[in-house]
Structure formats: structure tokens, C-alpha cells
Design a protein around this ligand. Structure first.
Ligand code: PMP
Length: 415
């Protein structure tokens, strides 16, 4: 495809890579706007998965036969490709393949948090954290006696940075912050937050589930100590997540899971751990998924992450504009005109989000309704749920128009 950076996307061409977008329900072509939950998978990635099983499938690391060697090289190289995608100069040693973002969060919470936190320590989060980090750190804090504190979210959906500077102190051991909110669309100033954390000798864990798939992210530029994301939100398969960690931190950390592959030497009395990143990949790893994720990185880089960011922001801004037409919609997050991730959560005065989502389904428009795994944030905003339209590289303004038409139909139904 060879899009250079800062170029309008050839969306029609890109859509050809995603046959699922041609599906019809009752004669209506699907309008897939649930990309913050899971993105669709392009042909080159589907082909990589099929090819792997057709030509290369074998277990990795321990085999001396040709298939195992080929699978091992492809799997190990996939770590380097993912490292390059996020600007990690430590290459494979800094990239652990997990099951998803949630497992990456738990890995650090258990392997680092459980050993390092005590009653004198604080973990700082934000009020807009996804349950993947909020519940995880909350429960590890309970086990260790540490305290969780939350940076306030302002009316306009941004973080209260004065409050951040107030509650990130020398007692802070870990700051866990979502880069782009999956509910508000807010883009948080993670580099600035990393500086504040580091000034107090605290670490920063960046939840990149909604940023790495949708915008250029350079872990070293933002100086993240840890960063997590999921393959299934970035044109890759389900069943794979990534944990980036600075090499010295991963070296110091104890393993999270024990078993085969993660060891170097085992006796009846004790065991020694394998090199990074294998120390954190116990048992047969996510071989095919890892190789397919590397292909997804190629696919996205070919389009250009900056192009993807701009395209999604434009669709989100257009959606905010169109939703505003009738005056009965409350959109969550930053107001129109402010840069946001490619999603808009909203509520209609007259139709509950769940009803809206199922009525939209009748027009083959797929959105999500619920708390989007941010229950405390919804409580704070005083709404039990919201509807969320979220975009990816293949969505169009015409699809936003169909969303708006379907919302109009729902209004009529409830009028
Ligand atoms: N964090 C954020 C911001 C997310 O949007 C999600 C997925 N909704 C997750 C974490 C969890 O991702 P996964 O379900 O792939 O573990």
C-alpha cells in the first residue's frame, strides 16, 4: 500500500482487505463501530495465520527439527518486530507476549507489586482507568496493605494535573495510567506524568490498549517503565497481548508463572530462570498469534500510524458534530475540537444506551453499550451506562451518517 506519513487514507482500498465489512444482515451491510472492543483482521494477517498452520506449525525453542527451528525463528523475530513498532531499543528482551492487556497488567502487579509494595506505599491511578488496571492494582493493594489513590477527572474529561502533582509523592511506588481512555477518548499526557512519577522515584505503567493500535507510540519518548496492549485491537488476532518493560526492571522482577520454557536449570531443590523475555513466557507460548501480530505491525506501519491517528480523530470530531445536531445528546469526554482517540461515548435523553444499541443492530450498525469496564467513572459521571461508537482505519464518514440515521430511527421509536 505504501502510504507515506501525513497522507489522506485510501479507505476504499483498505476496506478490500477486510472481507467481513461486506457482511450483510437482513440486506443491510454491517457498519462496524465497535473497534475499541476488537478490530477486524485484514487479509495479510488472516493469510499469515493460515500459512503458519499450513507450513510451519511446531512447538518452539526446544526442537532441533526443521519445523521447530523455523517456528522458533519466526516467533522470536516477532518480538523484535513488536519492539520496533513501539520504539523499544532493547528489542526482544523488553517484549513479553501475554494473552492480552489484562494479563500484562496482572503480570506486573503480581511479579513486581506483590513483592515490592507494602503498607507505606501508594499506587496512583486515574478515575478513568479500565478495570484491567483498576481492579488489578486495587486487589494487589489489598494483599500488600498499599493504598490506591486516584487522579481526578475534570468536567471536560481531562485529568486534573494539579491534583496529579499533589497526590504523586515520595510515597508513590507505581503510577498506572491509561494513555487513551476507552470511555472518554481523552488522550492523557503520559510523558508529563512519567516525569512527575520519576521525580518521586516511582514507576509508570502505561495502559496502551487504546493508544498503540491507533497512534504513533514511542515508549522511550514517553519514558514508560511498562506499557501494555492487545493484538486484537490492532488488526491482529485474539489471544495475544504485549507487556513492554524496561530491561533492567524485567531482569530484577521475579517470574509470574512457573513451568517449562521459563527455566534455564532445574534440580529437585531449585530452579534458575531463562533469559528475557522467555523468563515471563511459561509453557507453550502464543506462537501463531505472535507471528500474526508482527504481520499486523507491518500492515499498520505500511498505512502509517500518524495517518491512522488523524483519520480516527477526524471521524470522532465529525461524529461529535453530527450528534450535536438534535440537542438531546450528551457526549462524554473532551468537547469537539479537542484531539481525542477514535471513539465517542454518549447518551440520548430519551433512549437508554442498551435499547439504542439493540435498535441500531436492526440497521446492522454495531456499537457498544454499557460501562465499558469503567464502572467507577460512570458512577462519578452519574450515568449507569453509555453508548460508544469507536472507529478504525477502515471506517468512513458515510458510516457515521448511517449511525446518525439509525439514531434518528431510535428517537422516532421512543418519541
Ligand atoms: N485497557 C483499556 C483502555 C481497554 O480499552 C481494554 C479493552 N477494552 C483493556 C485495557 C483490556 O484489554 P483486554 O480485554 O484485551 O485485556
Amino acid at each position: 500500500m505504501g502510504h507515506s506519513e501525513s497522507e489522506a487514507l485510501d479507505v476504499e482500498r483498505i476496506r478490500e482487505d477486510f472481507p467481513i465489512l461486506q457482511r450483510e444482515f437482513d440486506g443491510e451491510q454491517v457498519v462496524y463501530l465497535d473497534n475499541a472492543a476488537t478490530t477486524q483482521t485484514p487479509e495479510p494477517v488472516v493469510e499469515t495465520i493460515a500459512d503458519y498452520y499450513r507450513t510451519t506449525n511446531a512447538n518452539v525453542h526446544r526442537g532441533l527439527h526443521q519445523l521447530s527451528q523455523e517456528a522458533s525463528i519466526a516467533y522470536e523475530d516477532a518480538h523484535d518486530r513488536v519492539a520496533e513498532f513501539i520504539g523499544a531499543s532493547g528489542e526482544r528482551e523488553e517484549i513479553v507476549f501475554t494473552k492480552n492487556t489484562t494479563e500484562s497488567e496482572n503480570l506486573v502487579a503480581y511479579a513486581w507489586g506483590l513483592n515490592e509494595l507494602g503498607p507505606e506505599d501508594e499506587v496512583v491511578l486515574t478515575e478513568m482507568e479500565h478495570h484491567a488496571s483498576l481492579v488489578t492494582w486495587q486487589q494487589i493493594a489489598k494483599k500488600t496493605g498499599a493504598t490506591c489513590r486516584y487522579i481526578r477527572v475534570e468536567e471536560d474529561g481531562t485529568l486534573d494535573m494539579d491534583h496529579a502533582r499533589e497526590i504523586i509523592t515520595d510515597d508513590t511506588a507505581m503510577l498506572s495510567v491509561v494513555h487513551v481512555s476507552n470511555t472518554l477518548g481523552t488522550v492523557n499526557p503520559v510523558a508529563e506524568l512519567a516525569d512527575i512519577a520519576h521525580d518521586h522515584d516511582a514507576y509508570i505503567f502505561v495502559d496502551g490498549a487504546q493508544s498503540v493500535p491507533n497512534r504513533p507510540v514511542d515508549v522511550e519518548a514517553i519514558d514508560a517503565d511498562f506499557l501494555a496492549f492487545s493484538g486484537h485491537k490492532m488488526a491482529g488476532p485474539t489471544g495475544i497481548g504485549v507487556l513492554y518493560g524496561k530491561k533492567h526492571l524485567l531482569e530484577e522482577m521475579e517470574p509470574y508463572l512457573y513451568g517449562g520454557m521459563m527455566i534455564n536449570k532445574v534440580t529437585f531443590e531449585d530452579s534458575k530462570w531463562n533469559d528475557l523475555p522467555w523468563k515471563f513466557e511459561a509453557g507453550t507460548p502464543v506462537i501463531c498469534q505472535g507471528i500474526a501480530l508482527a504481520e499486523a505491525c507491518d500492515y499498520l506501519d505500511d498505512i502509517g500510524m500518524e495517518n491512522i491517528r488523524r483519520h480516527e480523530n477526524e471521524l470522532a470530531q465529525y461524529t461529535l458534530e453530527r450528534l450535536d445536531d438534535e440537542g438531546d445528546v450528551t457526549a462524554l469526554g473532551p468537547p469537539a475540537g479537542v484531539e481525542r482517540g477514535g471513539l465517542v461515548s454518549f447518551n440520548l435523553d430519551s433512549v437508554h444506551a442498551h435499547d439504542l444499541s439493540s435498535i441500531l443492530n436492526d440497521s446492522a450498525v454495531a456499537i457498544r453499550a454499557g460501562d465499558h469496564c469503567t464502572q467507577p467513572l460512570h458512577d462519578k459521571l452519574g450515568v449507569p451506562a453509555s453508548a460508544r461508537a469507536s472507529f478504525y482505519v477502515y471506517n468512513t464518514r458515510e458510516e457515521v451518517d448511517k449511525l446518525i440515521e439509525a439514531i434518528d430511527d431510535a428517537r422516532q421509536l421512543f418519541a
